[in-house]
Design a protein around this ligand. Structure first.
Ligand code: DAH
Length: 355
């Protein structure tokens, strides 16, 4: 019997046994590995005399195909049966009721930040971030608030070193500086985030949240600021009409500066936004001071713009009827469960912000 026939008979017999995946693979490499039995027959072809060579090569190819096919069929069969077994074992009954587990909720402040970001992104603002630990320059000096400016004391700053070079940012305004330093105008950004001041009572917490807005371009004026804020307040409180008033104010980094109040009234012990004769202060704003622009190497005769800073916690309290700011940061599970939001219900302007 020729070598080829011997190999074929021997391995056909072997392959017909009940083999597992590893055993079949072992046979495969014994036959077709680098020095496998079949592979070495191929190496022999060159040394066979011409009359026999053709037949030998053709027989060898036939045997190779036959054995390979058998091996592959067996391997596939094993793989399929493994998959079927898995499918059988790991069945999921989607009709079963959900197990009782505690579902997490989104904190009202996070929800409010998502809502604010969604509203402003609709009119072309992108979201920027800055660090909580700021340097004194970005937080004050660059914002036209030099060393002995009284506004520095008003901020009740937490300094982190004796030289007062590092601090916990007292507002989100330094993100204006960071943004303008790293890029070229125009800018149209909001920057929500945590801010810190040494102050604590029912309406103040040492850590609170603000969102900064900045729009710098050619020919931007106070009308744009009013339009933008009017749009935002209406969208945020989900009302069609809003009473708004700009009160002259002072901030070192804007000129002119204003504080914005919105109208409200109390109905059945609840605040109704947009109507009534009472006024509630909700934000500070103004036209960016030329000194601020100069500090970030922008020519104020070419580019102007407005900025605003809004207290996020305050907005969340108003919108969701929360009376004590401190509750936001108590981590009381029952409170969170009551005031928190469904994690899958992401706010968008189209689907609705809070409903
Ligand atoms: N940074 C101010 C604060 O924390 C708020 C503010 C007022 C921000 C006016 C602004 C602005 O950008 O233009 O009290």
């Amino acid at each position: 019997m020729s070598d080829l026939k011997k190999i074929k008979d021997e391995f056909l017999l072997k392959l017909n046994e009940n083999l597992n995946f590893n055993e079949i693979n072992e046979i495969k490499s014994k036959l077709f590995g680098k020095n496998g039995l079949i592979s070495s027959q191929f190496k022999k072809i060159g040394s066979i005399n011409e009359e026999e060579r053709k037949k030998f090569a053709s027989d060898l190819n036939i045997i190779k195909d036959e054995l390979l096919e058998l091996i592959d069929t067996k391997i596939n069969r094993i793989k399929n049966s493994e998959i079927n077994e898995k499918l059988e074992k790991e069945k999921i009954d989607v009709t079963l009721p959900e197990r009782s587990f505690v579902r997490g909720k989104i904190h009202p402040v996070s929800q409010t930040i998502d809502e604010i970001s969604s509203i402003f992104s609709e009119i072309g603002f992108s979201v920027e971030e800055g660090p909580d630990v700021e340097n004194e320059y970005n937080n004050f000096t660059a914002l036209n608030t030099p060393d002995n400016h009284p506004a520095r004391d008003m901020h009740d700053t937490f300094y982190l070193d004796k030289k007062k070079e590092k601090l916990l940012r007292t507002h989100t305004s330094p993100v204006q500086i960071r943004t303008m330093l790293k890029d070229k105008p125009p800018f149209k950004i909001i920057a929500p985030g945590r801010t810190y001041r040494s102050d604590s009572d029912q309406t103040h917490s040492p850590m609170f949240h603000q969102v900064e807005g900045l729009h710098i371009d050619k020919n931007i004026n106070m009308g744009h600021l009013k339009g933008c804020l009017n749009y935002f307040i209406k969208e945020f409180f989900e009302v069609n009409k809003i009473k708004m008033r700009f009160r002259p104010s002072h901030f070192p980094f804007t000129e002119p500066s204003a504080e914005v109040d919105i109208g409200y009234e109390m109905k059945d012990g609840k605040i109704v936004i947009g109507e009534g004769n009472q006024w509630l202060e909700i934000l500070g704003c103004g036209m960016v001071h030329p000194n601020v622009l100069k500090n970030v190497k922008i020519d104020p005769s070419k580019f102007q713009g407005y900025a605003f800073g809004i207290g996020i916690d305050r907005l969340a309290m108003l919108k969701y009827g929360i009376h004590d700011l401190r509750a936001f940061f108590d981590c009381d599970f029952r409170w969170l469960n009551h005031f928190g939001f469904d994690p899958l219900d992401v706010p968008t302007n189209y689907r609705g912000l809070s409903r």
